[in-house]
Ligand binder design. Sequence first.
Ligand SMILES: Nc1ncnc2c1ncn2[C@@H]1O[C@H](COP(=O)(O)OP(=O)(O)OP(=O)(O)O)[C@@H](O)[C@H]1O
Length: 233
Amino acid sequence: MAYISLQKVSKYYQMGETKIKANDSISFDIDKGEFVVILGPSGAGKSTVLNILGGMDYPSEGRIMVDGTNIAEFTPKQLTHYRRLDVGFVFQFYNLVPNLTARENVELAAQISNRALDAAEVLDAVGLTDRMMNFPAQLSGGEQQRVAIARALAKRPKLLLCDEPTGALDYETGKQVLKLLQDTCRETGTTVVVITHNQAIAPMANRVIEINNAQVRSIYENDYPMPVSEIEW
Ligand SMILES: Nc1ncnc2c1ncn2[C@@H]1O[C@H](COP(=O)(O)OP(=O)(O)OP(=O)(O)O)[C@@H](O)[C@H]1O
């Protein structure tokens, strides 16, 4: 059985008289250790999928099997536990705490999980050995995103969910961040899911799930993912 399996997941929002279908019977599988890209235009329903997979929201219908358990049936308390221990999050605008240094931001992971990695070691691994004592405002966008990735990885998540992680970065910096995510996936075996509207990123993934208009349009498996350095856009 697949490590992650979404089975006919739908999410509806009631807006007055109208019912908005943000996800309409979405199904896909993800294997452990895969690098997955969820691709689709703005409004397609990507963030909704990620929120449901990350335990930030419940689906209206469907099953979300993670490691053999249907998280759609979790109580809010179980879901909190899942979010805290099993999932790492990386967002477009980094979401660092501005009055904490890079190191302190990563140390927050230890307050959430008792199996957290040492903050300095993780910052070292993402290439920020010399910037640990800096505050977010003293770091470039790419460096801030590295801190955010380090913070997510410090929890040793089973699953790393990234919502447009390069959306606020220039081309070269974006590529460096994607390389870090691809290397992390390969070296630590963490399952990584990146949502993006950028089609050019797709060749780096083991699996590409295309979403359009709240539904899965195609699923493409790639036996030979390209190294990020060889991708141009
Ligand atoms: N809390 C909500 N209440 C009402 N409608 C919502 C809510 N969240 C999302 N939607 C609607 O659901 C649809 C899918 O939104 P979603 O954010 O998942 O798309 P997306 O693919 O992530 O887009 P983007 O790339 O612009 O973030 C949109 O029509 C959106 O307006």
